[in-house]
Design a protein around this ligand. Sequence first.
Ligand code: PBG
Length: 324
Amino acid sequence: MITHRPRRNRKSQAIRNLVEETTLSVKDLIFPMFLIDGKNKKSEVKSMPGIYRLSSDLLIKEMESCMKLGISTFDLFPNIADKLKKKTASESLNEKGLYLRTIREIKKKLPEAVIMSDVAMDPYSSDGHDGFVVNGEIKNDETLDILAKMALAQAAAGVDIIGPSDMMDGRVGYIREELDMAGFTDVSIMSYTAKYASAFYGPFRDALDSAPKFGDKKTYQMNPANSKEALLEAQLDLEEGADFLMVKPALSYLDIIKSLNDNFNVPIAAYNVSGEYAMVKAAAAKGWIDNDRIRDEMLLSMKRAGAKIILTYFAKEYALKHKK
Ligand code: PBG
């Protein structure tokens, strides 16, 4: 006699639907997008088929079509011309520069769109690092002021969610205080809390030409071997005023997503990064895996692990495939 037969709860689609614990919705997704200078410009990121660097006119059109599909939130990353990159990332504060100008334009044309920004020096830095470099060293405290100025400029341009992706110590609190003092108390912070020194960022650095000019990011991004550190980072970010805690990358760090979700009472976000997207696209192009089923299974696993929010390059594709 077999008393417990778990298969009874799998016997039909209707029963399977009844016992289904996790559901994924377009509403959970944030779409990261790449911005380039110019007009009517669109260049595909080679290692990310289907993902483009777009000039602001095309970006706004693309955002509009995403919003019709139910995507509400967009995380913007600028591809800055090499000649504008400086040690101090000064281009990040240029009101007429690509990033701030485009954010203002978006807010005017698509006031409903929720805009998340990136706060880190690397897209604007001649060193290709997220922090300020002195004699080959990434300086923590010297970077904070640069990051806070960047965040303030973005908030003034209309950004809804500030996304510090730099992993400097104390930056969430520093940015929160500067924002509050300037009256931006309603601007949120989604902290890149547990951001690992990962090989999965390769295609993103291609998209922005932002690879470090020397060394690696291991003195500020986390060691993939560690999980306790993620709890410490989360505790600090929460104390410093973060509204959301993010884990990045997602797929190899589902345990970290779960442990943050189990321990902290703010929404957890997972960043399904460029390399994770590229692997699926490459294997699917060879006919080795089923793109759509793998995509949905991966995103679902992040949600099941405890991510309420997923930043993913699959956002539009997912929305199109699951159109009501
Ligand atoms: C850098 C930054 C990176 C990503 C987002 N912000 C890369 C890095 O740390 O080098 C990666 C995103 C992705 O791979 O999709 N501030």
